[in-house]
Unconditional design. Sequence first.
Length: 356
Amino acid sequence: MDQRAIFLKEVFNELMKWVERTGGEVCLRLLLKRTLYEQFVGGETPRELRQCVRKVSGAGMRCMLAATMEEDVGQERRAEEVYQGNCRRILDAIELSSDTCPSPMIQLKLSGLLPARLLVRVGDLYTASMDSRLRTVEAIADQMVKDSNQVSAFQESLDCAERDTLGKAVRRLKDICERARCKNVRVLVDAECTHLNEGLSALCLGAAAAFNSEVPVVWNTYQCYLKEADQRIREEMGLLSEGVNVCFGAKLVRGAYMLQERQRAQQQSLPDPICDDYNATSTNYDKIASFLLTQAGPRCHFIAATHNEESIRLVIQRMEDEKIDRCFVSFGQLYGMCDQVSYPLANVRQSLRRGF
Ligand SMILES: Cc1cc2nc3c(=O)[nH]c(=O)nc-3n(C[C@H](O)[C@H](O)[C@H](O)COP(=O)(O)OP(=O)(O)OC[C@H]3O[C@@H](n4cnc5c(N)ncnc54)[C@H](O)[C@@H]3O)c2cc1C
């Protein structure tokens, strides 16, 4: 399966290079726009995107816009203006979705708001000890209610420049969450690679602690291809619902970085964090979805973000059997993928999100 995916990617890359060599960049752009781009991208301009969101809303689906780009350790060519620009684009996505679609969500990659190296440092502080998780989350939440650009906690662990950079990132996240809460938009933080995920959780749960008191505004993402997924979601749910007494929101996915994870584990002689095979990932997914269904309610919402028909069927069946209200559970599919699943789901009025 992995080898076939790599082979297809290589064939595609070669094909695109050949089109560019023979027809030039204009020809390549035209070809991509008419094929892959129109199939998978909702629009190039706000106007095009609005039209697309309206079309999808007309078919009974809701939108989940994605803005910004991720960055990994060693790829930090970005300056503060780039992070600020990403933040503006996310704020624009909130505006656009709130005036085009009912009860929208947005997805964002936090690695587009601060340097990946700092994200790793924050992750290390978060996981340092049993108590440090709650302490870090509370320190970030506390920072969100202050009107200061420099983080006042972590004096002994981060230097002045790091605290300054973290302070600016927390400020951006606060602006995003504040706007989202005011416009009734849900903020779903994407999961990325495992070496970034602890830092992402620290920031995401910090924002949730500050903004989820009445409803789950900020949600984290859980990758079920990870062996530790079940433990992770239970810990984070406990931290928010019991530790700081706020609502919990989860996006449940299988996971998109399998090749990178396995490569990294091999290179660094670490244990492979990914389930042994596809069936083990699917068992994990269905088990965690079942657990979330036992928790679903006004203070716990979740979205089954998957194209897998079996997993979707299982969630719908359990919702029907246990009479779980649709407003607590949604389904998410990427734009241009799996229409054969999305349209029937929208027809039976399941709460369906289309990710752009
Ligand atoms: C709305 C939406 C939001 C998403 N957000 C994120 C996100 O924030 N972070 C993220 O990482 N991904 C995200 N994804 C992608 C997601 O993680 C999956 O890669 C993608 O959806 C395919 O999984 P599936 O359940 O849809 O389909 P399926 O075809 O049933 O599953 C494919 C997945 O199974 C797993 N898998 C395949 N082969 C193996 C193997 N040999 N061993 C172990 N596991 C295997 C992999 O995770 C693979 O992607 C998102 C997807 C959607 C629809």
